[in-house]
Write a protein that binds this ligand. Structure first.
Ligand SMILES: Nc1ncnc2c1ncn2[C@@H]1O[C@H](COP(=O)(O)OP(=O)(O)OP(=O)(O)O)[C@@H](O)[C@H]1O
Ligand SMILES: [Mg+2]
Length: 468
């Protein structure tokens, strides 16, 4: 017995030849079945899952070509290796065009046949592995994994489906943890580009001095550490999608370079003398308010318009409570499946009420953390209110400064929000609000004036004309 594995069907009308092939393949370790004609072979192939069919071409009644056609119509068909007569290369080509994987020419040594068979089986195994990984990626990142019960999220998903096939740039905005990256992947994996790469880069995490070479690549010797040519992420995403996360963190000089790439569809690696064409769809995301950044000069308006051809704004979780319980159940399903042994986690009604009452400053990501902790604390399969953290039980944000940090607010934004909130709380009475804030009235008036003016400016602002 050899050490090979796999199931093989031998189809051959010549009986001594058939027996010989079957015997040799069996000796090599394969599990072999044999048929004396194409019709019988097809019947067997339909009835039983084979990895490989080795078939003669010339047979009475139905010939090998019909057999290949029939086999290719079987779901997840086996690979086919044809045995052809010497000098009939045209028939071999025809067989391959019909879907045969390979051929072997008569007369042949058994060792030659084993080589072809091993190669065909290895390739089939690889093909199946790729197909399985592709299915897994689909399941992980496809839109089927985006929980969207609320009207607002349903609209987001519908929009994603409508725009996935286009090549237009997409800007995804939304607070931290609202699902920006999930949606970015959803766009890619629902587009005709799904077979090519989805390349993500977090621009806040790459040191400023390295971003250019990271995005556009470099030539050997372009700078001290450039020991070899390196492709940039844009080139890696060629034919696919590049996800520019935290785009609001990009420094102004790099914004200018990025703008040029988006306009010209070409990149120039550092140290290169020529541009290189790239076809990468750009999806960018930010939790910053780019309008405000354009106003204070820290984000280029022309780049904004390039990125923002399609805008997807992800609503915060607190504004779509219908999603909370379905999301929690989805997340618990995933968490439970990962337990050893797997647990079917459920939410007690009191726990559900608490999740609905809480305001989720950290959005879906915070919900995941709370549930992960809950699963760890919970004894059985039912998560009760006891398994939720105190701040959720008390229906207050984890800590409000933490929420401000999560929203990446500036001090000025925080001040403005606080002032406006206190004023609201004092029913618009500026004297009392100023007192409470410890400000003199004049200072409060000046600040409110500034806020009003900046709102007015934003409305009056038109896109600038300076392209570069
Ligand atoms: N609608 C949803 N359905 C299912 N899972 C979701 C949904 N929204 C978010 N998630 C999950 O929540 C987590 C956070 O989402 P994601 O990383 O996409 O958020 P983000 O907006 O990019 O956050 P950040 O700004 O912090 O980077 C991920 O694990 C994601 O799979
Ligand atoms: Mg993200």
């Amino acid at each position: 017995m050899g050490e090979r594995t796999g199931t093989i069907l031998v189809v051959e009308d010549d009986e001594p030849m058939r027996d010989l092939l079957a015997e040799e393949l069996e000796d090599a370790g394969f599990d072999v079945d044999a048929a004396g004609g194409a019709a019988a072979g097809l019947e067997l192939a339909r009835a039983r899952k084979f990895d490989l069919v080795v078939t003669d071409l010339r047979m009475p009644e139905m010939d090998g070509f019909d057999l290949i056609r029939g086999i290719m119509a079987i779901p997840d068909p086996p690979h086919v290796v044809m045995i052809t007569a010497f000098g009939s290369i045209e028939t071999a080509i025809r067989a391959v065009k019909l879907g045969a994987h390979d051929y072997i020419t008569k007369p042949f040594e058994i060792e030659e046949l084993l080589l072809v068979v091993d190669k065909a089986l290895a390739e089939r195994a690889l093909q199946r592995k790729v197909a399985r990984l592709q299915r897994e990626v689909e399941e992980r990142y496809g839109l089927g994994n985006v929980i969207a019960k609320s009207q607002a999220m349903r609209e987001v998903v519908a929009l994603v489906q409508r725009i996935a096939a286009s090549t237009a740039s997409v800007l995804i905005t939304g607070e931290s943890g609202t699902g920006k990256e999930l949606i970015a992947r959803g766009i890619h994996y629902n587009s005709p580009r799904a077979g090519a790469a989805f390349v993500g880069v977090n621009l806040a995490a790459v040191p400023e001095g390295l971003i250019e070479s990271e995005l556009f690549g470099h030539k050997k010797g372009a700078f001290t550490d450039a020991r070899a040519d390196k492709n940039g992420l844009f080139v890696e995403a060629d034919g696919g999608t590049i996800f520019l996360d935290e785009i609001g963190e990009l420094a102004l000089p790099l914004q200018a370079k990025l703008l040029r790439v988006l306009q010209e569809h070409e990149v120039r690696p550092l140290g290169a003398t020529k541009n290189q064409r790239v076809d990468a769809r750009v999806v960018a995301a930010t939790n910053k308010n780019l309008d405000v950044m354009i106003k204070d000069g820290s984000f280029r308006e022309d780049l904004y318009y390039r990125l923002n051809v399609i805008q997807l704004d992800l609503p915060p979780l607190r504004s779509r409570p219908e999603d909370i319980v379905p999301l929690a159940e989805h997340i618990l399903g995933q968490l439970g499946a990962r337990q050893q042994p797997p647990r079917r986690m459920r939410l007690a009604p009191e726990a559900q009420h608490l999740l609905l009452a809480y305001n989720w400053p950290g959005n879906v990501r915070e919900l995941m953390n709370v549930l992960e902790r809950g699963v760890a604390l919970c004894q059985g399969e039912l998560i009760s209110d006891e398994d939720l953290p105190t701040h959720v039980r008390e229906k207050r944000p984890a800590d409000f400064l933490g929420a401000a940090v999560a929203r990446r607010m500036t001090l000025a934004e925080l001040e403005r929000e606080f002032i406006e909130r206190v004023l609201e709380d004092e029913a618009g009475n500026k004297t009392r609000a100023a007192q409470r804030l410890g400000l003199d009235r004049k200072t409060l008036y000046r600040k409110l004036d500034e806020y009003a003016k900046s709102a007015g400016d934003m409305a009056a602002r038109t896109p600038s004309q300076d392209g570069e």
